[in-house]
Ligand binder design. Structure first.
Ligand SMILES: CC(C)(COP(=O)(O)OP(=O)(O)OC[C@H]1O[C@@H](n2cnc3c(N)ncnc32)[C@H](O)[C@@H]1OP(=O)(O)O)[C@@H](O)C(=O)NCCC(=O)NCCS
Length: 205
């Protein structure tokens, strides 16, 4: 467990750590370095169909977005970079863990550039972040949600081991009507089981 973790008296300090494996590096967002690449990736309209983002008008809009992630007191935000090419794959954020009903909870979200969808990068980034959350930060549950129409996001979470816990209608400001939102939970136990199963599978191959 991370020594900086402290909860119960309201003082929470979580380090923004660089996470990496053979395939990816997740480093703290650097607005000057990341904004030009992310501006190009964000020109793809398909990335924004089911998120609160939009195609940015100019690079300053992206700078503001990335600076906002960095300044947000409740999240840790990373830039995901490909291990081989160094290209920016996306952004990933994890909520600073908070207590709820006696458990340590976090929330995650990610935006992956379309050219990297379903290339294994999203899953690799999830693995790094979940190991950090569950093992270093002692998180017990990660919560996440997506609009039911966001098939990519729902399938990606289900594939990562998240369990669907609720479907509820909520007003979607982009579409101006109520739509179903799916709420998911990944428990530490379920994640550990999934990691153990994939290790066994690898050992058998
Ligand atoms: C949502 C998002 C992060 C998912 O990442 P992804 O790279 O597209 O998907 P993953 O590689 O994680 O998918 C994992 C598995 O889920 C399943 N899956 C994912 N998308 C699917 C789809 N459209 N149809 C069927 N199965 C799908 C597949 O089994 C896939 O594994 P495979 O590629 O080996 O077959 C990415 O599409 C994205 O950033 N979209 C735009 C922003 C966004 O919507 N963010 C989430 C907001 S809640």
């Amino acid at each position: 467990m991370n020594a900086l973790w402290d909860w119960g008296d309201g003082a929470i300090a979580v380090p923004k750590k660089t996470l990496s494996n053979d395939c990816l590096t997740l480093c703290p967002i650097d607005v000057d370095r990341d904004a030009p690449e992310w501006y190009v990736a964000m020109q793809e309209p398909d990335m924004h169909v089911w998120t609160g983002n939009r195609v940015p008008d100019d690079i300053d809009e992206v700078r503001e977005l990335l600076a906002g992630y960095n300044a947000h007191p409740d999240i840790m935000a990373w830039c995901i970079r490909d291990g081989l090419s160094g290209s920016m794959v996306g952004t990933y954020w994890l909520a600073v863990p908070y207590p709820s009903e006696g458990k340590r909870i976090s929330v995650d979200a990610q935006r992956i550039a379309k050219s990297f969808w379903r290339t294994g990068r999203t899953m690799a980034a999830r693995r790094l972040v979940y190991r950090y959350a569950f093992e270093d930060l002692a998180v017990e549950e990660i919560h996440a949600s997506a609009w039911g129409h966001n098939v990519n996001s729902c399938r990606s979470m289900e594939r990562a081991g998240f369990e669907l816990v609720e479907v509820a209608a909520r007003f979607n400001p982009k579409y101006g009507k109520e739509l179903n939102e799916r709420h998911y939970v990944l428990t530490r136990e379920r994640w550990r089981r999934a990691v153990a199963t994939s290790r066994e599978r690898l050992a058998e191959e």
